[in-house]
Design a protein around this ligand. Structure first.
Ligand code: NAI
Length: 337
């Protein structure tokens, strides 16, 4: 069986997902595309030689009879309305993060989905599909290092542009750790504090960089995440779990070890796109397979809501310097795995 997909938003990630679904993955074809910049959408169709119709409006695309599932890859502020439209049409929808730009927007989606009575939404958090994080989770689940007590994590980018602001360290950068660490630990956050070390002279004057985010989880695990977006040397994701009987570390991306010029070295990636490129493939193939099998299993609207609530608490903690509670209502039974 082949799943007919319509895509709203043909910018950077939209184009890339269209390429995946039409050229790389199994079981899907792109039949409809839309972008507020119509030329953008038409260009993707011609560049990739797709047999797809260009729609002037995302809502018409959602309603189109031949569209069986929707990918929402437009700008964040437009996600909520298109996801709600897909739910209203009873169509499965994969929405790039963020699910909505406010926690209330995510809650609206959770409520609409629950009312529909069946999971229809997957959020584009791809780290749970990364081979390294999966291997790390397997070690934790196997009990080989006992219960996780502490996590030391880092999210480092070489540089960021002038438009990047202090709160974006949470909403654009940490948001991936917020999701993947909940998934890794099968736990929820209860509080957060943000502290600011000495500022790097390499950061723009308006940006506080680096930052350290300190979480406590419901089970009492403590997590520190360093966010350092002008670290200069590369794109580097670290995650070390200290358990009761041992330590488990996220594997480094594979790279050739070199002996040259009296140095032993391995390369470090510099572009985030290269770090998780395989995870995007696995993530979307998972969505396609799940839709065809009739049951979604990837990151849910509830996960999108939990991430938004946590991000709001982190931003409040940045501003106050205090320990801020993360208050999430109990997960509705609808979302129990
Ligand atoms: P982009 O700016 O390259 O593309 C967004 C596209 O959406 C543009 O072509 C724009 O014209 C279109 N658009 C905006 N409003 C629209 C509307 N109402 N209807 C139809 N089209 C509309 O942005 P990019 O980098 O592709 O990001 C898109 C989304 O994907 C963002 O929410 C971003 O956070 C997310 N993203 C997620 C990543 C991940 O690692 N999971 C990586 C990159 C982006």
């Amino acid at each position: 069986m082949t799943l007919n997909i319509g895509v709203i938003g043909t910018g950077a990630i939209g184009r890339d997902h269209i390429r995946r679904c039409s050229k790389v993955l199994q079981g899907s074809r792109i039949v409809a595309v839309n972008d507020i910049n119509r030329d953008n959408a038409a260009k993707v169709v011609s560049d990739l030689k797709l047999d797809a119709k260009v729609y002037d409006n995302g809502h018409d695309l959602v309603k189109a009879a031949d569209v069986q599932a929707v990918l929402v890859t437009s700008w964040g502020p437009s996600h909520e309305e298109f996801v709600l439209a897909a739910i209203a049409a009873g169509k499965p929808v994969f929405c790039e993060k963020p699910l909505a730009v406010t926690a209330q927007g995510c809650k609206n989606i959770v409520e609409a989905e629950a009312k529909h009575g069946k999971r229809l939404v997957q959020v584009g958090f791809m780290r749970p599909y990364d081979q390294g994080y999966r291997a790390l989770k397997q070690v934790l689940t196997s009990g080989q290092i006992g219960e996780p007590l502490m996590l030391h994590c880092a999210h480092r980018n070489p540089t960021v542009g002038e438009a990047y602001t202090t709160d974006m360290a949470i909403t654009d950068t940490l948001i991936h750790e917020i999701d993947v660490l909940r998934w890794l630990l099968d736990d929820d956050y209860v509080s957060v504090q943000v502290v600011f070390p000495r500022k790097s002279a390499k950061a723009f004057p308006h940006l506080k960089d680096p930052q350290i985010v300190l979480f406590e989880t419901a089970k009492g695990t403590r997590i520190d995440v360093e966010i350092f977006v002008n670290c200069q040397y590369g794109y580097d994701i670290q995650c070390e779990v200290v358990g009761e009987t041992g330590i488990a570390k996220l594997p480094e991306p594979s790279s050739v070890q070199m002996r040259s010029g009296a140095k032993l070295s391995t390369e470090i990636l510099t572009d985030w796109k290269d770090r998780f490129i395989d995870a995007y493939d696995v993530e979307l193939q998972g969505f396609i397979n799940d839709v065809l099998a009739g049951k979604l299993t990837g990151p849910s609207a509830w996960d999108g809501y939990a991430a938004a609530v946590t991000a709001d608490a982190c931003v409040a903690a940045q501003l106050s310097g205090e320990i801020v509670p993360v208050t999430l209502p109990p997960r509705p039974a609808f979302y129990n795995k």
